[in-house]
Design a protein around this ligand. Sequence first.
Ligand SMILES: NC(=O)c1ccc[n+]([C@@H]2O[C@H](COP(=O)([O-])OP(=O)(O)OC[C@H]3O[C@@H](n4cnc5c(N)ncnc54)[C@H](O)[C@@H]3O)[C@@H](O)[C@H]2O)c1
Ligand SMILES: [Zn+2]
Length: 377
Amino acid sequence: MTQPALLRFQTRPDRPEEPGTEILIGVGARDVLCRELARAFPEAPFALLVDEQVLTAWRPWFDELATAPLTLLALPAGEEAKTPESWTYNQRALVRAGLPRSGFLVGVGGGATGDLCAFAAATYHRGVGVALVPTSLLAMVDASLGGKCGLNLPEGKNLVGAFLDARLLVVDPAFLSTLPPEEFRSGLGEILKYAVGFSVDLFDLLEKHADLNPESEVDLLGAIVGRCLKIKASIVESDPKETTGERIRLNLGHTTAHALETWAAQQDLLLPHGIAVSLGLRVALRVSQARKLISEQDLERSLHLLERFQMPRTPMQVLPTLEHPKLTDLAELIARDKKRGADEVRIILPTGRGQCEAKSSKPLAFAQDILDTLFGD
Ligand SMILES: NC(=O)c1ccc[n+]([C@@H]2O[C@H](COP(=O)([O-])OP(=O)(O)OC[C@H]3O[C@@H](n4cnc5c(N)ncnc54)[C@H](O)[C@@H]3O)[C@@H](O)[C@H]2O)c1
Ligand SMILES: [Zn+2]
């Protein structure tokens, strides 16, 4: 079998004084990880921080790495990695392992591992470099790029954080073969966001391949992940710290998603992030329709795409025991997500296939839109 060529690109190529992220994507990218690390961080020692579930699933690959890390630290699987306790534990382990200021960290795992690892790098010795190897679909298309990293507190998610771009991103879709199916579906929700709001090409491609399979169509997945990363890179480049209003468009579907995720969490239920985003896309499409921002044809095609990927129509399809929220409960969650308590919220609305714009709404009005679209009110 011939190896497909790896796709390589660099974010911020026009600003060498501010190095961005070098991205390598494709089946087999993991086999050249050590060579790429040596190029990006010449002669520097590194520590590997790995999601324990990924470590178990890919043990032979870790055992055969061409360059041994100074230390390998297993992180609790998933969100448990993003706690202050985990951060402290890892900082102390790095000191004890003797990782110098000239060293760097490599994170292998999903978005939670990437967030912890990049935040650990941003803070260790006041900042060392980081490379990421995302192994979940969500981390491949979203979490690993753009510099945001941080920890959760008992008071809420991502309340402590920093910006640190990974210098190198090595994305090998072969890792997806061991990803639990519900995590794969969640990643698809985030991919649909890019198609619905940002790229007609991706939209067309997904329309043709709604039965994407992480094992048999790994090269196609690589191509799709590459497109998503290019979209995210170009938006983040134009607004790295989310100050001009451009980057906020990446939040398409997310006002609803965050409200639903918190609503579910309050009942000790977990709504996977990408699934919540796909529900948010439905709400955004309905609001666009009501405001006459999108043609009926583009609306129908977008909703049809969500159907073809078997994204749920209501959160209860995924969480049958989820309680029906009251209008005021949802409005409060929406206003809180806004973080400033002003009476308007920014919402992102699709304005055509592969297009979206930032608009505003009121928490109560948007909460009603969510109820109407997703809870049959
Ligand atoms: N920094 C950002 O810009 C950004 C953007 C989006 C999301 N995030 C963060 O990312 C996190 C969500 O990311 P996620 O969905 O990848 O979740 P995750 O990191 O919790 O991973 C999901 C589950 O999949 C497992 N897993 C991952 N890859 C695997 C593989 N190849 N084989 C077997 N199991 C595997 C993990 O052990 C975990 O149990 C959240 O903490 C979110 O806040 C960050
Ligand atoms: Zn998201």
